[in-house]
Design a binder for this molecule. Structure first.
Ligand code: FAD
Length: 432
């Protein structure tokens, strides 16, 4: 099939186990549990913990974490190969203890939290006993974080937070929120904000409403519009240094985006397999759809795009492992983030088309996947921002041409080559 990407035999055995386990045990849960993050859903409480136990027994729980936090400490390439299987199921990341935003929030707490915060929040978070939320975007601005106006002011040994945050995913299930707020309004633009842990039950934290997204009408909204009104947290709830909020936020960017991308690979492979099956089974004008060249073009283009995307993601994962330096993989991560919504959109849209009316109906998952591609093009920053940031990073590696013409201009290069090979040219033309 061309899906291969060799890994060591021991880890391949784990991938085979995950593949079978997700298909047989976890994917069916997606069909009856609306949101595996909802710890209060009685059916979820019944179905998800036994699966989590099996994952723990297998030693695959919270694989993104190092051994000091109870995970196996796999590198990003192994995690990527794992996530492309988990991507087939909404519940799978929860079953494997690596769902967002908790995985990124755990990394922030592990790196910047005090011992007390780590005990209170990191340990139960990593154990899967609680959930968390990341509260950064505001109703007045998302793509440009320097526009955020939520304030945190020091009052004795407490920070007092006031403002509103928009689209804080899964806040309704969260025991704590990680909140970005302006602490130093007169500092340079990128040193004005700081990151805080806010326990969800703190007085003054109000979810104004839970906003839903198109394509998930059956689910209650998962993205909270939150008001923080005179919310008081102790000074030790500041994460990292004052004014370092953006740097702290970077902690969650690298690995998380690669995992999300690999989960997308899992999803588009499902769509691809379904479109091939349908093309072979549906007949029109005396032959299967698979014999129509325009249908074949959709199959071929989808496979090429999936494979290109997968290799880009795996190379990015490899570079993260190799360099362990966000600056060196910045361009790769922007590229992955910008490519992800497009591959999902294009493959899912072709799956709709090949399945015809059935494809667009709510009896197949493709319509929801097309809409999900639009969510992907916004969450963690819009595609436009990543494309322009990628272009800037790439352009910074080049210099403008020295003269009037570009360095690739053929007449100048030809003249230089003629000069260099003047002797040989003379011999070849005039002999001797
Ligand atoms: C499913 C989902 C989950 C999310 N979860 C969270 C969460 O848990 N926590 C959280 O804090 N936020 C979350 N967000 C919010 C997300 O981070 C923002 O949607 C994103 O940063 C964009 O901000 P915005 O929606 O305000 O769009 P705007 O900033 O208003 O941008 C709108 C559009 O303007 C254009 N644009 C913006 N900037 C540029 C630019 N520089 N160049 C060219 N064009 C540009 C783009 O087309 C962009 O889509 C989530 C969003 C989604 C969709």
């Amino acid at each position: 099939m061309g899906w291969d990407f060799e890994t060591d035999a021991d880890f391949q055995a784990e991938l085979d186990w995950i593949d079978e386990f997700v298909r047989q045990e976890v994917q069916p849960v997606d069909l009856v549990v609306a949101n595996a993050r909802d710890l209060n859903d009685p059916l979820r409480r019944e179905l998800v913990p036994p699966l989590q136990e099996k994952v723990r027994e297998r030693g695959l729980w919270a694989c993104h974490l190092g051994p000091h936090l109870g995970g196996p400490g796999y590198g990003q390439v192994k995690l990527a190969l794992m996530h492309e299987i988990l991507g087939r199921s909404h519940a799978a990341p929860v079953v494997f203890g690596c769902q967002s935003p908790d995985s990124g929030n755990a990394e922030i707490l592990a790196r910047y939290g005090t011992d007390d915060l780590r005990k209170r929040y990191l340990e139960p978070l990593v154990a899967g006993e609680i959930m968390s939320s990341f509260s950064m975007t505001e109703p007045g601005g998302g793509s440009d974080p320097t526009q955020f106006v939520t304030r945190a002011e020091l009052d004795g040994d407490e920070w007092v937070i006031n403002g509103e945050k928009w689209f804080s995913s899964h806040a309704r299930y969260a025991s704590f929120l990680i909140v970005l707020a302006v602490t130093d309004p007169d500092a340079p633009k990128h040193r004005r904000q700081s990151m805080f842990v806010v326990p969800a039950e703190t007085p003054g934290v109000t979810i104004l409403r839970n906003v839903g997204v198109a394509g998930h009408e059956e689910m209650e909204g998962a993205h909270a519009y939150i008001r923080y009104e005179d919310v008081r947290v102790p000074v030790d709830h500041l994460l990292g240094e004052r004014g370092q909020g953006f740097a702290v936020a970077q902690t969650r960017l690298g690995g998380g985006r690669v995992h999300h991308a690999m989960r997308t690979v899992g999803l588009v492979r499902e769509a691809f397999a379904m479109m091939c099956e349908r093309a072979l089974s549906r007949f029109t004008k005396g032959e299967p759809l698979a014999r129509k060249q325009l249908v074949q073009a959709m199959i071929a283009d989808s496979w090429i795009e999936i494979e290109q995307f997968r290799l880009l993601v795996l190379r990015t994962a490899w570079r993260i492992d190799r360099y362990n330096d966000y600056d060196r993989v910045r361009a790769d991560i922007h590229a992955v983030k910008a490519a992800m919504p497009k591959v999902l959109h294009d493959v899912a849209a072709r799956a709709v088309q090949i399945h015809g009316s059935l494809g667009i109906s709510n009896e197949m998952p493709f319509g929801a996947w097309v809409l999900e591609s639009f969510q992907m093009g916004l969450a963690d920053g819009p595609t436009e921002v990543h494309r322009t940031a990628l272009a800037r990073t790439l352009l910074a590696r080049f210099e403008p041409a020295e003269g009037l013409f570009p360095s690739g201009h053929l007449p100048a290069r030809r003249a230089a080559a003629r000069e260099r090979f003047a002797e040989q040219i003379e011999r070849a033309v005039h002999g001797g």
